[in-house]
Design a protein around this ligand. Sequence first.
Ligand code: FAD
Length: 380
Amino acid sequence: MLEIKDKKACCGCQACYEACPAKCISMVADEEGFLYPKVNRADCVDCHLCEKVCPQLNQASKSSDEPLACLAAISNDTETRLRSSSGGVFSLLAKAILNDGGVVFGARFDDSFAVFHSCAETEEELTPFRGSKYSQSDLRGAYSQVNRFLKENRPVLFTGTPCQIAGLRGYLRGKEADNLYLVSIVCHGVPSPRVWKDYLESITAGARPTEVNMRNKENGWNQYRMTIRREGQDLLNVQATDTPFMRAFLSNLTLRPSCYSCQFRGNHGSDLTLGDYWGIENVHPELSDNKGTSLILVYTEKGRHLLEGLDLKMVESRYEDALKGNPSILYPSQEPANRADFWKAYQKRGVKALKSFTSIGFMNKLRNVIGGYFGKLGIK
Ligand SMILES: Cc1cc2nc3c(=O)[nH]c(=O)nc-3n(C[C@H](O)[C@H](O)[C@H](O)COP(=O)(O)OP(=O)(O)OC[C@H]3O[C@@H](n4cnc5c(N)ncnc54)[C@H](O)[C@@H]3O)c2cc1C
C-alpha cells in the first residue's frame, strides 16, 4: 500500500489515484496547497497497483540520452503565437490532432482560476490551454479519459509537465497505443496552487477577474508581463518578474518539494518536449523577433512525424546551445536554503510573507549568494 513518508517522493501525478480499482485513494491538499494521495486502509484490497503505476517508484528519465533532434521554431500564425508563451508550437500540434479527428489534453483555468487538466475536441475548446499557468495542474481524472479515447481509436495528444507524462505512462503500464502522442513542456518546477489562489485574491480583492495571463507579450516575449483584468480594466499589468508571485516561483521558494529532486529531466518518455528558446538571438537571429521562439526537442520518430506539415519556420539547432539558456531541460531547480523559513512565515502571514521574501532588498541579498543565476531568469 502506497504511503508517502517523504514528500519529495511524490510528484502529485495522480496515477495511483486513477488506477486504484477499489477507489480507496483520495488526493488531499497539504498546508502548502499541493495534492498528495491518501489511502483509506479499510477499503484497500492490497493489489499494489498504486505502487506499480507510480512513476517515482518505477520510472526515471534517461537524461543522458540526447534528443534525436533539437529545433528552433516559430508558428507562421502570428496572432496565435502572440497569445502563446513561446513560439506557438503547441497550438499547431493541437490543431493537427483535431483535424485528424483527435482529442487534445492540456492545462486550463477553471471558473475560480485554479489550474486543471481537461480535454478539447474543437479549436474553440483549445483556446484556454494556450499559455503557461504557473501553478501545479490538478489532473482531475484525465488519465482514464485518455484511455477511453484511445480505446475508441481516436488520436490523442496529451500535453503536460514531464512528471504528468510519466504519470500517464505509468497509468497505461506500457500499453501505449500508436494513436497516443506525448508532448511535455520544459519545466522549471510547479508552484503551489495555494500561493496562486492567495496571490490572485490579493489582487482582485475576491471579485472574479475575466482574464489572467502570466505570459503577456504586449511588451515583447523577453519582458513578459503578468496581466489580470476585469472587463478590459487592468487589475494588474506589470513585468512578471516584478511580481512577488513570479519572483517566489523563479527563486524556487514555492515549488513542490519533489521538484528539487525531479526524476523526469531530459528524455523522460515524451515524443516531443517544448520550451522557450532563450538565447535565440545569439544562435539563430533570423528566428528572433521578441514575439516568442519555441525550442523543440524530438525524442521519437513518432514525434518527428507529428511535426511534418506544420505551418512554421523551423531550423535545426545544437542541443548544447539550447541547454545554455535553459538549465531546466536537464537539471532540477535547487531548493533554496530559506524554503522552510518562507513556509513558516507564509503559514502565519500569507501573501505578506510572499512580498517580504521577494522584496528587492531581500532579493539583492540573495543575489550575492547565488549570483549570476538571477540574470538568466530575467530578474533584474
Ligand atoms: C510550470 C511551468 C514551468 C515551465 N518552465 C519552463 C522552463 O524552465 N523553460 C522553458 O523553456 N519552458 C518552460 N515552460 C514551458 C513554456 O513556458 C511553454 O509552455 C512551452 O514552451 C509551450 O509554449 P507554446 O508557445 O508552444 O504553447 P503555449 O500555448 O504557450 O503552451 C501551452 C501548453 O502548456 C501547457 N501548460 C500550461 N500550463 C501548464 C501547467 N500548469 N501544467 C502543465 N501543463 C501546462 C498546456 O497544457 C499546453 O500544452 C514552463 C511551463 C510551465 C507551465
